[in-house]
Design a protein around this ligand. Structure first.
Ligand code: HEM
Length: 126
């Protein structure tokens, strides 16, 4: 059966590119989150998050081809993520999601996943 993936339904690469680019514009200005990112250039981090989300939602598997199994909890261990960091991450994501102006049911599915995923990566009490 031909099933339309979420990746295809939202409009493919371009939509993920806009989402993650807008998100990192927020991170770049955030005094709590910016210091967590080890590299001066946020471009490579932007590429990784975009490839991951594309893969997660049924698009090309470039993320795992380059990075292997996602193991997101393990990969976030080096960074202190408490409630405040989760909320800041989600605030920038919310702005980025809003600007996509997706159909309501796609937006709801995306937002539900992002909030759940962000919560699951908390690794440190405030
Ligand atoms: C990597 C912070 C939530 C997906 C990173 C990095 C930081 C970070 C500092 C390293 C940047 C890099 O060099 O790639 C945070 C914080 C979060 C959060 C503070 C707040 C809860 C999430 C969520 C997702 C995610 C919810 C997925 C939906 C990723 C991915 C990478 C990454 C895919 C790259 C992993 C790799 O291949 O090395 N994150 N993150 N993060 N994050 Fe997060």
């Amino acid at each position: 059966a031909q099933e339309v993936t979420f990746y295809e339904a939202v409009g493919g690469d371009e939509v993920f590119r806009r989402l993650v680019h807008r998100f990192y514009q927020g991170v770049a200005e955030d005094p709590l989150l910016r210091p967590l990112y080890p590299e001066e250039d946020l471009g490579p981090a932007e590429d990784r998050l975009r490839m991951f989300l594309i893969q997660y939602w049924g698009g090309p598997g470039t993320y795992s081809a380059q990075r292997g199994h996602p193991r997101l909890r393990m990969r976030h261990v080096p960074f202190k993520i408490g409630i405040a960091e989760r909320d800041a991450w989600l605030r920038h994501m919310r702005t980025a999601v809003d600007e996509l102006e997706l159909p309501a049911e796609l937006e709801t599915a995306l937002w539900r996943y992002l909030t759940m995923a962000a919560h699951s990566l908390i690794n440190s009490p405030d």
